[in-house]
Design a protein around this ligand. Structure first.
Ligand SMILES: CC(C)(COP(=O)(O)OP(=O)(O)OC[C@H]1O[C@@H](n2cnc3c(N)ncnc32)[C@H](O)[C@@H]1OP(=O)(O)O)[C@@H](O)C(=O)NCCC(=O)NCCS
Length: 176
């Protein structure tokens, strides 16, 4: 008998619940595709023996700078009943610590600027994939992991294949 991979299902469940009926299934599908890649880093947070939060990091390639070692933080999710209790912060900090330990230069995110500013992400000269669709410029942010890891570099970037889809980068539906 083949055992189902509960780990992926539990992680997908967290994202489905956190992102809701509309976005949840799309994100859960993306999670499955990310988890199939060897280069993916997935970190899960537990409370009282239950998996309550997950974050995924995938490589982000900086055009013209092949030696830079960068990651995209996407997606981050915490079960609704456990939100605003520091789980998201714990996942970001664990991710930052691990990526620093493996020599990564920076991590990038496309998300709520109010939230990510509070977690050490600033504006950057590295452009996101499909930058013309990222109309909400302050939503694209970077957190350096080494001192002066990406000094003043201006460049475009590419993410891994599952998220190289314009639909994931179009912020025109969001207002801030
Ligand atoms: C966004 C999300 C991951 C945050 O996780 P969380 O565990 O609730 O966040 P934390 O408790 O670690 O938050 C830490 C701080 O950010 C604040 N915060 C939490 N959610 C926030 C939000 N949506 N906007 C602004 N600030 C927020 C908290 O008040 C807390 O501040 P404090 O440290 O000064 O008290 C979670 O709300 C979630 O899963 N949302 C749905 C999915 C989603 O939108 N993911 C992000 C995609 S980019």
């Amino acid at each position: 008998m083949i055992k189902p991979d509960y780990k992926i299902e539990v992680i997908q469940h967290i994202h489905r619940q956190a992102f809701g009926d509309e976005e949840g299934p799309v994100i859960a599908d993306l999670v499955q595709k990310f988890m199939a890649l060897k280069s993916t880093l997935s970190i899960t947070a537990e409370r009282e023996g239950q998996k309550v939060g997950n974050v995924i990091f995938t490589p982000l390639m900086i055009d013209g700078h092949p030696n830079r070692y960068c990651f995209l933080l996407c997606p981050l999710a915490v079960l609704p009943a456990f939100q605003r209790q520091g789980v998201g912060k714990e996942l970001i900090e664990k991710g930052a610590a691990h990526l620093t330990s493996i020599g990564a230069d920076a991590m990038f995110v496309l998300g709520d600027p109010n939230y990510y500013t509070r977690h050490g992400f600033g504006l950057t000269n590295i452009q996101p994939p499909y930058s013309e669709l990222v109309t909400m410029k302050e939503a694209w942010r970077m957190r350096e992991l080494g001192p002066n890891a990406l000094p003043g570099i201006r460049a475009s970037s590419k993410a891994v294949e599952p998220i190289m889809n314009p639909a994931y980068w179009d912020t025109s539906g969001h207002t801030e």
